[in-house]
Design a protein around this ligand. Structure first.
Ligand code: ATP
Length: 211
């Protein structure tokens, strides 16, 4: 069965935690492709600081060296809030019923899943894989915990199921966060390898995150 992963997020900006985790996921879970899917306007958090065009451009630059990684820009083409469930429904219609779709999120995102629009319906279109992110123990809301309990599988088993399953995975920890990258830039501090050099160059060239 073909298996395709999607990592949703703000990517404001993309950093090494995203890229290294995505690469490791492809290898360990057996994904043919994993696409970063930047959201236009996240319904659950503050608006991104940076224009969609810059966030998309940086995501494309960051994945370019890796043949298994890609970028899905569909949420930036839609006006209004970015609802993951709508994106996954569109993606499912594109790939057909025979492909395993795996929506990936960090444990921080998973812990607030109960606030997402039609969160149960995500499982109609895709499997959910949660990366255990350092500093964010898995603490889903009670109704989410109950909903996923009967769906849990090994992460490697998700590629054999088109949708509806849930798994967690502990990857090599990457401590980077976009919040930290923005704070470093605003304070004029060094980025210390938080982002690939091409992204640091792009940020400097476009004078992003300075105010
Ligand atoms: P911010 O600091 O602005 O909240 P972020 O660094 O969490 O941003 P997002 O774009 O929100 O970046 O992340 C997209 C997805 O990647 C989320 O599911 C998030 O949990 C996950 N993620 C982000 N950073 C890491 C990391 N260092 N390791 C593993 N997963 C990560």
């Amino acid at each position: 069965m073909r298996a395709q992963g999607i990592l949703g997020g703000t990517f404001d900006p993309v950093h090494l935690g995203h890229i290294q985790s995505a690469r490791e996921l492809c290898e360990r879970v057996g994904l043919e492709r994993l696409s970063l899917m930047p959201c236009h306007m996240p319904p659950h958090r503050d608006r991104p600081q940076t224009a969609a065009t810059h966030r998309l451009a940086m995501a494309k630059i960051a994945v370019a060296p890796w043949s298994t990684l890609g970028v899905d820009g569909r949420e930036l083409e839609r006006e209004g809030p970015s609802y993951t469930v709508e994106s996954l429904a569109a993606l499912r219609a594109e790939v057909g019923p025979q492909t395993s779709l795996i929506f990936v999120m960090g444990s921080d995102a998973f812990n607030s899943l109960h606030r997402w629009h039609r969160w149960q319906s995500l499982f109609e279109y895709a499997n959910i894989l949660v990366m255990q992110r350092e500093g964010y123990p898995l603490l889903p809301a009670a109704d989410v915990a109950k909903y996923v309990a009967g769906r849990e599988q090994r992460a490697q088993a998700l590629v054999e199921q088109t949708a509806g399953a849930y798994a967690t995975i502990a990857l090599t920890p990457w401590p980077q966060s976009a919040t930290d990258v923005r704070a470093r830039l605003a304070a004029g501090r060094s980025l210390d390898d938080c982002v690939p050099p091409e992204i640091e160059h792009y940020i400097q060239q476009h004078n992003l995150y300075r105010d």
